[in-house]
Structures are given as C-alpha cells and as structure tokens.
Design a protein around this ligand. Sequence first.
Ligand SMILES: C[S@@+](CC[C@H](N)C(=O)[O-])C[C@H]1O[C@@H](n2cnc3c(N)ncnc32)[C@H](O)[C@@H]1O
Length: 398
Amino acid sequence: MEFDEHRAAMVAQLLERGEMSGRVAEAFRLVPRHLFVPESDPAAAYRDEPIVTKRDEEGRPISSSSQPAIMGIMLDQLDVRPGGRVLEIGAGTGYNAALLAHLAGPQGRVVSLDIDADVAAAARRHLDDAGYPEVVVACADGAAGFPEAAPYDRVIATVGVWDLSPAWLAQLAPGGRLVVPLDLRGVQVSVAMEYAGDHWSSRSVEPCGFMRMRGPSAGPEVMLMLDGEADLVLTLPEPREVGDVVAMLDGPAAEVAAGVPPLSRLSLIGSGISLWLATHEPRWCALTGRLPWAPVTTQGYGMTVGLADPDGLAVLAAGTELLTRGYGPGGAGQELLVRGYGPDGAALAAQLAAHVQAWDAAGRPEAGDLRIDAYPGPAPDGVAVIAKRHTRLVLSYD
Ligand SMILES: C[S@@+](CC[C@H](N)C(=O)[O-])C[C@H]1O[C@@H](n2cnc3c(N)ncnc32)[C@H](O)[C@@H]1O
C-alpha cells in the first residue's frame, strides 16, 4: 500500500472510533504525516501510534509525533476557526502545526515553538517540504509564549504542562481558548479552558499522556528510568523516597483481587482510577515499560498505577482472562488484580484495593466527569485544590 492508502485507512479507523469530527478528519486526510516522520515506512507513518523522534541521554523520549487519536481529540477541543490565530507550544515534527494551518485556512496564522533548536529546524524543513511555508517556527521556551505575534484566538500545548503559564493567558485574545495536557498530581488530562470572569474554567477534559515540558517551567514530577532494557519508568508526582523497585519486582508478589466488577480500558489509563489515586493518595505512582501483566498494554508495552513507599510497591495487574483473551470490543469486561511487592507489599496491596473500591463506590468517575477551575489568585473550596506556581486548581466532579 502506498502512503495515500495508509493515510485514508488511518483516518477511516479514527472516524469509525468516533474520535474526531469531520472537519478535523479532513485535515488529517490532506496533511501527509509521512513528510513529518521521514524515517518511518508507510505503514508505521500511518499507524495510530506516537513516533518517538528524539531521546535524552538516559533513553527517555523527549520529542515525538504524537498519537493521531489524541491529536484529533485535542484539535476538536481547540476548535480552530477559519482565519484563527494559533500558538502551539511543542513544534516537534511540525505535523500538528500543519494540521492547525489547514484548520486556520489561508487567512489564519500559526506560530509553533520548540525548546530544542534541532527539533525546531527539523519542523521548519518538514513544513516547507509539505507546503506550509507560512507557519512560523521559533526555537524558544514555550512558557513565555510568543508576544511578537500575539494576540491569539487559540493556544495549544502538545507537551505536558505543570501549570498554566501567565504568558499564554495574557496573549490570548478575549473569548480565546487554551488547550493543554495539564498535570494533576502526576496524571495528565487534556483540558480546554476559557476565561470566566475572575478565573479560567474547563469546557472539556479528556485523558491523555504527553512527554513533559522541559526548561525553567518544568514541573516537579520525577520519571525514574529503572531499567533501560525493559523501558521501565516509574513516575512520581514529585521527588520522594521509594525502595529498590527493580529488586522488589524480581521478588515474590502477594496477589489479591481488586474487588470491583470488570473495568474498561479507559478507566485504567490516565483517567478514572489513576486520577482518583493521584487526587486521594500521596504515595501514588505509575509504572510503564515491558510489563506483559499490566492492565493496559499495547504491543508488549504496558502501563499500570499503584502505591510506592520505601518498603513496598503495590500495582494493578491484569487477571488471567485479560491476558488470554485481550480486550473485547470497547475494552469492556476485564478482571483486575492487585499485586504487592517488598516487605510492605501485602499491606499496600490491601490499601490499593480499598482505593479502587472507593472509586467504584463513587460511581467510577472519569476524566470527562471532571471540572477544573484555575484561579490566578485565592481559590474557593472544591473537591481538591492543587496549588501550582501561578494558579490554584479546583477540581470537582459533575
Ligand atoms: C510530543 S512533542 C510535540 C509533537 C508535535 N506537536 C508534532 O506534531 O510532532 C513535544 C515537544 O515539546 C518540546 N518541548 C519540551 N519542552 C518545551 C518547552 N519548554 N518549550 C517549547 N517546547 C518544548 C519538545 O522538544 C518536543 O519536541
């Protein structure tokens, strides 16, 4: 199959899953992703998967072309209108900037920033090759925005942000909209926000998972590369002491049922349970890597969440049914287990199961049920107030 056929198949698949509007799908149909990931073969360029294009010295991904499905979801959240002025933080390959340029049309204007000079230069080349010379690419720390071309009708970050930068809010035109992968104590959600008098209020919240912003406005989250070979990364919302996780994982596990009816895939990833744990439990952690037993796996790469302290680790694991049959249509109906490792493992496993049961009893809230209000000043009481550098976030479930 040639590039065009692969592209048409990918768009058809995304549309079938109901993950994007016709307008955004049309942009995906017209912008050739393969010109932005020239190292990838036709099938890989049009798989609905992220493509890592740069890693740091420890092997952690620091630049990529994001997964098309989440790009589409965020472009719908952003709702770029013809003639719109758009600022993107995180140029990466330049692919999303091209989609934005397509949506903004000939009267629109797109500026895309990347902190790395080599990445910005590659994005510039790709955009020229694909026929988008009018997109402005600059090498800069995105936290400062790009005042030279402000104001913007839309600001989007395609890199995980820890806080809302005052520069983005200041550079948005009245009635403007901001879409960012926002950190909520280590879990990310893509939130679309608009100004609501004295604060910024969410219009939609979607689960997502992006690499984090680097530079002076990076957040305190820690991503510990535990084992390069197995791509094993432990994520903590901020620095704290944990035990020797690799040694614990090699040792015996205490296994108990999570004690909840079957769960969908979406409830497990950066949405339902992760978000609940992150907002209710200071010891929460996420573990990703070659974990065949993880409740969420794609091509042998797994993700799980749980609790970590210096003497133990407890994480969610897939039941045997999941391992032998995989996810059913819609990802429903899988048995969930809790595994505890290390001296504290059994106690932590019981506490993790109790959290999962509390989330279940609360009606299994998901990211989409969440409302986020960001106050530049003092905030009223909410379900949880998360204090950032510049804003205080109030979370409440609808
Ligand atoms: C997931 S990639 C963006 C994908 C891109 N939109 C595309 O379509 O290919 C995230 C990018 O954010 C950049 N980045 C990280 N920290 C940044 C910062 N402080 N300012 C601007 N860009 C940053 C990284 O260099 C990386 O290229």
